[in-house]
Ligand binder design. Structure first.
Ligand code: NAI
Length: 418
């Protein structure tokens, strides 16, 4: 049996980042991967969808996918070729609290283990789940012909991104959503504007509608996009004594150490989608750093409470921190400042006049509490707001910061000036 410093299960953004960082710090790492390296994000998630969003036609998207994904996968394989890292290709399962083996292969023992197995599509309990037209996001990405009529169940992040891309390719797209507005985590004002913009482009939205039977849906392909669930099947977590939370997640503390394992001799962590905390690739990467730091006895100042996110529709939407809905609900006093793309020189020059930025701050201190925005390159604007929030910046300080003219980032500056 092999002995190592750290075992990692899963080579997605959480797992490979943990391996890379731990190896650089001198730890010997064994990482198990049952499929291609890169995880959902690289193979069937963020990267393929962004390739679709940035391709003019379905045929071009298919072709570019065949180039972009293998190239990035090679990059991850390069990272994992570090002499301190051993990649074992095979599905891993726990033998005991310190031992992991690949099914039918060798076992490895370590005092530190990180589970980074990601998530999978959560199917809702409706009638007709055996409908051959039904696909999840992975299935949709593997279609070889463009569907004439695509029905998407769920106006969340996955639903909205695919709706946007496939409408542009020429599919007739209908989105069915249970709630009254799309993208529940986004400021509802911003979400509504985004939905209206996509409606004008030709996407049909059926809001406040619960799907009961798939056979009643008139479409060539039906995409299930009603959320994802942590992937733990086959890991034999019983050997670790882990009890899953009701949503199927592994419960962890602020260092991503598994709550149920704290009293054992080994240190076990769960990072990324499998802990159900913040299902985002960049969250997984930062959780990897925190977990490895904890193993090494190091502290860091990563602000997990300031988590920027983007929805890559056309145009995109993005956010960091509180939304107006959230502030109202929590009874937090706030000021809201707005800036419109139509009043920004760069946006007009780019022919991207559709868009709105909302900036929230504390009334007395002026401290920035959040920024929600929709419009071209809005992810970059949310990123700037995120940096300001990490530094505890105020509206006053933002007003004193020079912004390049003409840029979209002047939208943040303009909001501060109102
Ligand atoms: P989601 O949780 O974002 O949205 C699911 C939507 O489905 C919700 O609006 C919900 O109300 C709706 N829904 C649930 N049951 C329904 C029903 N029976 N009928 C109609 N609508 C129903 O989940 P999604 O879009 O599947 O994404 C999964 C995860 O992946 C999320 O955590 C998301 O953040 C992450 N992701 C992030 C991306 C990004 O950061 N750009 C891209 C893609 C996914």
């Amino acid at each position: 049996m092999t002995q190592t410093d750290l075992i990692i299960i899963g080579a997605g953004p959480g797992g490979y980042r943990a391996a890379e960082y731990a190896a650089k710090q001198g730890l010997k790492v064994v990482i198990f991967e049952g499929a291609e390296v890169g995880g959902t994000c690289l193979n069937v998630g963020c990267i393929p969808t962004k390739t679709y969003v940035h391709s003019a036609s379905f045929a071009e998207a298919r072709e570019r996918l065949g180039q972009v994904v293998p190239q990035l996968r090679q990059g991850v394989e390069g990272i994992l070729s570090n002499p301190n890292i051993t990649l074992i290709r095979g599905k891993a399962q726990f033998v005991d609290a310190q031992t992991v083996g690949s099914v039918g292969g060798d076992s490895v023992t370590a005092k530190n283990i990180i589970i980074a197995t990601g998530s999978e599509t959560k199917m809702i309990p409706v009638q007709g789940l055996d409908d051959p037209r039904l696909v999840d996001s992975t299935g949709l990405l593997s279609l070889e012909t463009l569907p004439n009529r695509l029905c998407i169940i769920g106006a969340g992040v996955i639903g909205m991104e695919f709706a946007s891309a496939f409408q542009r390719f020429g599919s007739e797209v209908t989105v069915i959503e249970f709630l009254k507005e799309c993208l529940p985590a986004l400021d509802s004002d911003i979400a509504k504007r985004l939905r209206k913009t996509l409606e004008k482009k030709g996407i049909t939205f059926k809001m406040k509608t619960a799907v009961q039977n798939l056979s009643a849906i008139d479409a060539d392909i039906i995409l299930m996009a009603t959320g994802r669930k942590p992937r733990t099947k086959g890991l034999n977590l019983e050997a670790l004594g882990v009890t899953l939370a009701p949503n199927g997640a592994i419960s962890v503390d602020e260092n991503y150490q598994i709550e149920d394992c704290k009293s054992s001799n080994s240190k076990c962590y769960a990072i990324g989608d499998v802990n159900g905390k913040q299902m985002l690739a960049h969250a997984a990467e930062m959780q990897a750093i925190r977990a490895v730091n904890h193993i090494l006895g190091k502290t860091d100042n990563i602000r997990f409470d300031i988590m920027p996110a983007a929805i890559f529709t056309i145009p995109e939407a993005a956010c960091v921190g509180a939304s107006e809905d959230m502030l109202k609900e929590q009874g937090v006093p706030y000021e809201c400042r707005k800036a419109f793309y139509r009043a920004n020189g760069k946006a007009l020059a780019m022919n991207e006049s559709e868009g709105l930025l909302k900036l929230f701050s504390e009334p007395d201190s002026g401290k920035i509490l959040g920024c929600h925005v929709f419009g071209a390159h809005s992810a970059d604007l949310a990123q700037e707001a995120s940096v300001l929030m990490c530094l505890g910046a105020t509206i006053e300080q933002l007003r004193d910061m020079v912004h390049i003219h003409p840029t979209l980032s002047e939208l943040l500056f303009a909001a501060a000036e109102t």
